[in-house]
Design a protein around this ligand. Sequence first.
Ligand code: A2P
Length: 290
Amino acid sequence: LTDTYTLNNNVQIPVIGFGTWQSADGEEAYNAVKWALEAGYRHIDTAAAYGNEESVGQAIKDSGVKREDLFVTTKLWNYQRDNYENSLRGFHDSITRLGLDYVDLYLIHWPEPIEYRDHWQSLNADSWRAMEKIYKDGKTRAIGVSNFREKHIDELMKTAEIAPMVNQIFLNPGDQEKDLVTYNKNHNILTEAYSPLGTGNLLDNPELKKLADKHGVDVAQILIRWNLEKGYLPLPKSTHQKYIESNKKVFSFQLDYDDHKTLDALDGQGKQHTDPHEHNFQKVVPFLNN
Ligand code: A2P
């Protein structure tokens, strides 16, 4: 395994990113990112909808890690993408909260916002035009999408000048999205996995515990390693320093054929319910409702 993947525009991206979804703004997100940077993560994933960009940005700034050594991702939320101009403003607001001049990757966070469900096609086309403008202006080193299905990317490509470099989706052995990851691969789109630990739901699985014991690691490390061996980019999230550190130590063992068979058999056990996930953001992030 390598340290970085190469995106379809030749930008290098560190193969494990630190996830911050569900890390609360303030001390929780600040400390998590601080510990992640101390542990050697150089790829941090946040979003306007997570409501924690200010804390994430502050931890980055205080870490003293050189900006050019870091890979930072953020995402455009539904509230700010009702048209082209607002999409540009959404980006500007994010980098202002982060305290950065540019990001490394900017994603459209959600393909079919409930409030625009009857015209998601033109909505995504307009937002993508804004993403392309931000990219051409050098304000982000790569652009992509998140939670997009095949039909959303097919539709986007009808008007896109630049193809997405990344599709970030809910992905773990309990929900393997085989068709979608094959689609991404065939289109030179890197698959990023959020909730690689199944938001914690796979950690007590007895079969996975057996695998972990066999390799002398913990279940989280097995799940992260599975992602890497599949060629995906996992974004494990934690707010505990010891987990943050151990989630990165996945390079000293290898899953064998039988291990993969065990993991592959878990598919379907942890399907995500997309709409409650979307609603969840609207509830927990007050500024998005303004
Ligand atoms: P916490 O944030 O309290 O440390 P995912 O990345 O799939 O969304 O999963 C995140 C969940 O898994 C969080 O609840 C997180 O807990 C937990 N978690 C992260 N790393 C580990 C680990 N190494 N061992 C046990 N639980 C973990």
